[in-house]
Design a protein around this ligand. Sequence first.
Ligand SMILES: NC(=O)c1ccc[n+]([C@@H]2O[C@H](COP(=O)([O-])OP(=O)(O)OC[C@H]3O[C@@H](n4cnc5c(N)ncnc54)[C@H](OP(=O)(O)O)[C@@H]3O)[C@@H](O)[C@H]2O)c1
Length: 306
Amino acid sequence: MPTKKSSIGWIGAGRMGYEMAGRLAKDGADILVWNRTREKAKPLEKYGAKVADQIAELAARDIVFCMVATYKDVKEVVTNLLAGKTKPRMLIECSSISLEGSAELRELLEKKGIQYLAAPVSGNAKVIKAGKLSFVCSGPKAAYDEAKPFLDAMGKGSSWVGEGELARIVKICHNVFLGVVTQSLAEITVLAQKAGVPRAAFLDFINQSVMGSTFSRYKTPALVNLDFHVTFTPQLLRKDLDLGLDAAKHFEVPMPLASITRDLIQSLIGNGLDDEDFAKLIVQQARASGLELASENARVDDGLQA
Ligand SMILES: NC(=O)c1ccc[n+]([C@@H]2O[C@H](COP(=O)([O-])OP(=O)(O)OC[C@H]3O[C@@H](n4cnc5c(N)ncnc54)[C@H](OP(=O)(O)O)[C@@H]3O)[C@@H](O)[C@H]2O)c1
């Protein structure tokens, strides 16, 4: 059975893909990276990665990872990857995409004799740097077992949830929760502030309470000091809420909180507040409450170094 000596191809050096590929390169993997905008992948060379000019160069690799944006993008890059005669043994797809897209991809790859693992992730670029990325995987157990050492090298672990596209629904549910929790945090933080409590003090209490979480802690600097450097765009979050609502329709599940959160993210985009991180939901919430936020310039811990 191939081990971590397998050669790796990596498609996509965006916010997530760059950091994930960087961790594999630092771990000593033989990794060849392709990104549509080549210069974004170039700095990975300092960690020992090679950068390809053409996506076709990745077809001769044992295992190819894919981390792009939507299913449409996944389909495009995989079609280009497999345009020639050479093919990898396995493809591991990490973008957040639909169950239907993932199933279509599985069919395409299986016809070509390529193993396919669906492996979406939880975490952002900062989380990856802190070694805390996690994967949820589905597909053949043997493919997961082979992929596991590479997944382990990129974060704190992975869960195999079964065959087929099950990982996709887990990830979609995860991101619906992300949207709803972020909107809820924005609402309660603005309510507390309007009643006179500084955001730093309020979130310090929440983070220490049983309601606090890794997420509420690492979003605290954004909410307190209005640091809206993009970790995740409102557009990608809207995509995931739409995936959640499509799945809800398919499985006949009412999701009232997800529906209203989707529309609040839509308002964020419509109001032109989509130029930075999705945590700008708090700015929208404050404006709806007659409040213009200012940074508190407070020393707050993101909890990621602990
Ligand atoms: N950011 C997060 O916190 C986070 C967390 C978990 C999961 N995700 C998911 O992970 C995926 C990537 O997110 P991200 O934040 O890294 O996005 P991003 O920074 O926007 O990066 C997107 C990547 O996809 C590439 N790409 C997009 N369309 C393409 C196409 N048609 N052909 C070739 N390459 C294409 C981009 O290439 P260029 O550089 O040339 O534009 C870039 O490398 C998404 O599915 C997202 O939902 C994100």
